[in-house]
Design a binder for this molecule. Structure first.
Ligand code: NAP
Length: 313
């Protein structure tokens, strides 16, 4: 793993992290087991991954609690782990977004309790709310940074204008947003702005919820109890077209003696606009396989081929 600096902060994280919405995220995925989630976290730490990306919204705090429990185990050292969490969903307001300084300050305290730690390495505002000026919300996080409760300031799901407003004082260290080979809108304006302003970028859904791993075939259908059935990428012609493009990478993956998932993760790690890639996982074996992608040395020519293949109309 290579360590990357998060924005202008003193946080250095592995360039491959772990997304943990399937660790305790019982509100997001059916049939998750807490023990399996903890095994996923252990697999990440055992394979050199230092950044764990969680949120209150993943199981209403359950993901944070399970991570906190793993970090209490003798095998692990809190100081070697980069804990990133997020909040905005206000349980007192039916889960609607709240970015008020009071709410964010209390959310950090609550997350510290659940994670059984005295500081968070990265704290993100998970979603913008309607009322709070973005720079006011970030100022509250700056105060928490000065108090030593958080080490880096993040925002997530903000439009470019909202990012600019949030960063009025230059306090934002990292942005987390939806981006992957099949959702590339951020490339037009957001990613250049972040680079110019020394703000790190962490894309979410890097594997498009598993669709970019190469494990699907064009004939697959998802029944209504499956969360994938509500995602447009998993339906109709769009699904078939994506599967075709992913399948077309299989010969290249074979040349490197790796899987398509590893090839695609290596593409993100070579991308100069991306700082940390955070694939999620339901099983420890998936984490172990994904961790191998850091050893892939993707050539410039293959990087460009993948880039172009997913840009074609
Ligand atoms: P993802 O990383 O695109 O896909 C992860 C899923 O792909 C896994 O749960 C697993 O699902 C499958 N998978 C992973 N590795 C695999 C492998 N080697 N082989 C085959 N299948 C594999 O999606 P995500 O986990 O939803 O998103 C990543 C992370 O981003 C989340 O965990 C979360 O931390 C973060 N996130 C943040 C926001 C935000 O608003 N800031 C929003 C969404 C996500 P199956 O086994 O079920 O196929």
């Amino acid at each position: 793993m290579t360590d990357v600096r998060i924005g202008k902060s003193r946080v250095y994280a592995s360039d491959l992290g772990l997304g943990t919405n399937a660790v305790g995220g019982h509100n997001l995925f059916p049939n998750l087991k807490d023990e399996q989630g903890k095994a996923v976290v252990r697999a990440a730490l055992d394979n050199g991954i230092t950044l764990l990306d969680t949120a209150f919204a993943y199981g209403n705090g359950r993901s944070e609690e399970l991570i906190g429990e793993v970090l209490q185990e003798p095998a692990y050292d809190r100081s070697r782990v980069i804990l990133a969490t997020k909040a905005a969903h206000d349980p007192a307001k039916d889960g609607s977004f709240n970015n008020s300084p009071e709410f964010l300050t209390q959310s950090v305290e609550d997350a510290l309790q659940r994670l059984q730690t005295s500081y968070l390495d990265i704290f993100y505002i998970h979603f913008p709310d309607k009322n709070t000026p973005k720079d006011e919300a970030v100022k509250a996080l700056h105060a928490l940074k000065e108090a030593g409760k958080i080490r880096a300031i993040g925002i997530s799901n903000f439009s470019l204008d909202q990012v600019k407003e949030a960063n009025r004082d230059g306090y934002v260290d990292v942005v987390e947003d939806h981006y992957n080979l099949i959702h590339r809108e951020a490339e037009v304006e957001l990613l250049p702005y972040l680079k110019e302003n020394r703000i790190s970028f962490v894309p979410y859904f890097p594997l498009a919820s598993g669709l970019l791993t190469g494990k699907y075939t064009k004939g697959d259908v998802f029944d209504s109890s499956d969360p994938r059935s509500s995602k447009p990428d998993f339906q109709g012609n769009r699904f078939k077209q994506i599967v075709e493009r992913v399948d077309a990478l299989k010969p290249m993956a074979k040349e490197y003696n790796i899987t398509v998932a590893q090839l695609i993760l290596a593409w993100y790690m070579k991308n100069p606009f991306i700082d940390v890639v955070i694939p999620g996982a339901k099983r420890p074996e998936q984490v172990e396989a994904n961790a191998q992608s850091v050893n892939v040395r993707l050539s410039e020519a293959d990087y460009t081929t993948i880039d172009k293949r997913f840009k074609e109309e």
